[in-house]
Design a protein around this ligand. Sequence first.
Ligand code: 8YV
Length: 329
Amino acid sequence: MNTSKPKLLVARAMFPEELFRLNAYFELELNPDDRIFSPEELCDRLQGKFGMICTSSAKISADLLSKLPELKIVSTIAVGYDNFDLQACTSHQVMATNAPDVLNETTADFAWALMMATARRVTEAEHFLRVGEWKKWGVDLFVGADIHGSRLGILGMGRIGQAIARRASGFGMEVIYHNRSQLSPAQESAAHHARYVDKETLLREADHLILALPYSPEAHHIIGEAELAKMKPSATLVNIARGGIVDDTALIRALREGKIAGAGLDVFENEPRLHPDFLGLKNVVLTPHIASASERTRRAMVNRAIKNVIAAVRGEVPPDLLNRDILGH
Ligand code: 8YV
């Protein structure tokens, strides 16, 4: 009788004390040095594995899956799963799961942190102070834009977008949003009475625009030169969603030319190698993809991924199965 456990790759370093309970089900291969595997190395390491827990850095393509006949599940700790080719997963009989919900509130908090830091020029002012340029108080020193009483625009009104909207109640803001589909009246009322508008109106009327939509080929560069030109010159733009939703080159030009006042960016095209011109701009707040990074939430994300692989190995349907069409096979 073969009593060996199925094998699981945990592709990135993550909270060993959370991973511990996987030992009861799997023979684990860890990556304590947290190296980013090349596609070739990922393929090698996945040979003979039942599954993998990964992050957005693991690209799961049809080509990769065609070389991994034993693989049954890929489980990301992220809510975004644009690194998975879901169709290919289904045709190769591989379950794909993500980690929704657990990061909504933490990510919404961070969207607000970026919006406020950008509008009130917090990091620019801090840098000025740190390098010793602060010689005297000035009536217009680092004047920025108000958050309270302003109009918040949200593009992408899923669970994170709605959590962002709810926070507007304490600031007396009006909330407008655009989404693939309009929310129900009950959802709109819970999201600080958010008002559905077309994309054009959202761009033109928002004082602060937050992007909270998932990346998809249709969303690629959904904010580019034309869209930035429609925004108010006093507006701020915040991206906590994904790199590639914004055309970074167009954004850099718009920020330089004062087409918008500032941007708060947690995600970038080709991250972590972001466009170097961002670094020379004063009217940006830049963070390294940390919107979900509270300790509690990051642990919850890992645990959600753990739950999914354990369900799979028990022959149950993983709670966050993305390609549910696989169940008919
Ligand atoms: C993750 C994210 O930290 O959940 C997502 O989609 O972007 C972040 O919360 C990151 O992608 C982990 O890979």
